[in-house]
Structures are given as structure tokens and as C-alpha cells.
Design a protein around this ligand. Structure first.
Ligand SMILES: Nc1ncnc2c1ncn2[C@@H]1O[C@H](COP(=O)(O)OP(=O)(O)OP(=O)(O)O)[C@@H](O)[C@H]1O
Length: 287
């Protein structure tokens, strides 16, 4: 059987990585996003500490609007800490403090006058484990809009429908919006959590290992959803799964021991990493 172009590339890539147990990643070609690519989150010498321990070390980076950026690296390297800093979720940890600056749309996220509630409306988050409220599907989605003063039933109905459609869940739940969200499957619950985050019309979505508790089918649905949302939202996703990073993201950040070692277009980072440490990590020399 003749080798396909893809198989040829795979073969060439395998041969290129002499002696290494190289996983082959072939990130798909991705189209440029309309009106995307502006600095949306900018870190300047940004560090995050737990007490005296510097978990994230002097990061300098710009996250680009409307693209998907994956954050990868071994366990404990600071991925979640960095992600959570972007909507100040770390504020809930008393020992946690920061140095340097982290800007969102040119405004200091840690500025004296920043309102965390409004910040979290603009920068939504979905966690590793689906965490719907023990309420109806409708009330889960309407929760955020109500918190921000929307109480008109018709308006809420419109928001709930739109959000569930964006999260690719509407068709599965439109006839049971009054049922408890905890009755949904794990994958549906996670899409509900995405819908809940979208209901307040955020600019940025932070996804902290959103598929690690899901089976392959539910994982594929979330990955499809990320693809759908790409171009409308700036998305950052922490993932342990390098294949997932290579499939869903436009840019990838590789962290090691709190240091942002390499940050590049996903295709470049996975096929032609500049740093030896990145090369070693993506080829499975350490995990
Ligand atoms: N609440 C906390 N208090 C003290 N140290 C913490 C806290 N949370 C995380 N750390 C430490 O900060 C470092 C970075 O942790 P973080 O959870 O951000 O890493 P990670 O790359 O997301 O790891 P994983 O992939 O295992 O989730 C680790 O050394 C961790 O032990």
C-alpha cells in the first residue's frame, strides 16, 4: 500500500527524533481567526507565590485573543496556578500572592481597583470535575445572569437557550430544563458548565483539564465544542494530554518547575521545539 502524505510526514518526523521514544504529533492546519490575535492577557515578570514558594516564575507572555492556547507541562509545574491567576481564583488561597503584572485588555488584573466579580464575569472558568449546582438545568445557566441583575423571565429564557446551543447541549436537554442538572451524564454536566460560563458573555474561557474526568466520547464532544468556540472567545486550556493540546490549540505554553520554558504556535512547538526541555517532554523522556 502506498504511503499517504501524512504517513510520510510521520515517518520523517520519527526518523528525525533519533533514538527517542517520540510521540508523533501532527497538529492540524488551522485557519487564522478573524479579528483575532490581539494581546488579550499580558504577563510581565509575573510570579505567583504560595507563602515563600515561587510556583510560577517571572512569566512574560501575551495570550492572543480568539485563539486557543494550551498550557502543558509535568505535574506541579504551575499550569493551574497560572491559569487561576487570570481570573483571580487564587485569591481564595490565603498564602497566595503575586509579583509583576498581569493585564487583561490592558488593565491590571491585580490592580487596586479591579472588581473580582466583574473580572470573573469577563473571564469564565470550567474546572476539572464538572460542578453543576444542585439546581435545575435552567437555574444553573440563569445563575450568573441573575447575579448580574437580569431577572426578566423571557430574557433569561433567551440566554439559557443561546448558551446551551453554544455549548452544544440544547438538543439533548431542551425538553427537560426544569430537571436537576445532577441527573445529566458527566460529559453533559461539563458542557452545562461551559454553558453556565458562557451565559454571562465572557471574553475569555479558562478550562482547567476539562476532560480529565470524562470518557473518550464525552472528551471528543468537549474538543469539538472548543473548536466551535474558537474564534469567538479567547480560550486557555490546561491539559495533561499532549495529543489533546496538539488537536485543539493554536498556541502552546510549556511550563517546567514554574518557568514558562517555551511558548509557540502549537505546530511549531510539537514538531520543531526550540528548547531541549520541550523536546524531552513532548518525546516522553520525562513526564
Ligand atoms: N494551595 C496551595 N498551597 C501551597 N502550594 C500549592 C498550592 N497549590 C499548588 N501548590 C504548589 O504549587 C506548585 C504548582 O501547582 P499547580 O497545581 O499549579 O501545578 P500543575 O502544573 O497544575 O499540576 P497538576 O498537573 O498536577 O495539576 C506545586 O508545587 C504545588 O504543590
Amino acid at each position: 500500500m502506498p504511503m499517504t502524505a501524512e504517513a510520510n510526514t510521520r515517518s520523517a518526523a520519527s526518523q528525525g527524533a533519533e533514538g527517542s521514544n517520540r510521540e508523533i504529533f501532527l497538529p492540524p492546519e488551522r485557519k487564522a481567526v478573524k479579528d483575532g490575535g490581539k494581546p488579550h492577557v499580558t504577563a510581565k515578570n509575573f510570579s505567583i507565590f504560595y507563602g515563600d514558594f515561587e510556583a510560577v516564575k517571572k512569566v512574560n507572555a501575551e495570550v492572543l485573543s480568539r485563539y486557543v492556547t494550551a498550557i502543558i507541562g509535568p505535574s506541579g509545574c504551575g499550569k493551574s496556578t497560572f491559569l487561576r491567576a487570570i481570573n483571580r481564583m487564587n485569591d481564595l488561597i490565603p498564602s497566595c500572592h503575586t509579583a509583576g503584572t498581569l493585564m487583561f485588555n490592558g488593565e491590571d488584573i491585580y490592580g487596586k481597583y479591579t472588581d473580582e466579580v466583574l473580572l470573573r464575569k469577563r473571564i469564565g472558568m470550567v474546572f476539572q470535575k464538572p460542578n453543576p449546582f444542585p439546581k435545575s438545568i435552567f437555574d444553573n445557566i440563569a445563575y450568573g445572569p441573575r447575579l448580574h441583575g437580569i431577572n426578566d423571565r423571557k430574557t433569561l429564557e433567551g440566554i439559557v437557550e443561546k448558551s446551551l446551543k453554544k455549548a452544544a447541549l440544547w438538543d439533548e436537554v431542551s425538553d427537560r430544563l426544569d430537571r436537576n442538572a445532577l441527573g445529566l451524564s458527566g460529559g453533559q454536566q461539563q458542557r452545562l458548565c461551559v454553558a453556565r460560563a458562557l451565559a454571562v458573555e465572557p471574553d475569555i474561557l479558562l478550562l482547567d483539564e476539562p476532560t480529565s474526568a470524562l470518557d473518550p466520547k464525552a472528551t471528543a464532544k468537549i474538543e469539538d465544542l472548543i473548536e466551535e468556540l474558537r474564534g469567538s472567545y479567547t480560550i486557555l486550556i490546561v491539559t495533561h494530554n499532549m495529543q489533546q493540546a496538539s488537536r485543539v490549540s493554536d498556541y502552546t505554553m510549556f511550563f517546567y518547575e514554574g518557568v514558562l520554558v517555551e511558548y509557540a504556535p502549537t505546530k511549531q512547538l510539537f514538531t520543531n521545539p526550540k528548547d531541549q526541555m520541550t523536546e524531552d517532554y513532548i518525546t516522553g523522556r520525562f513526564s
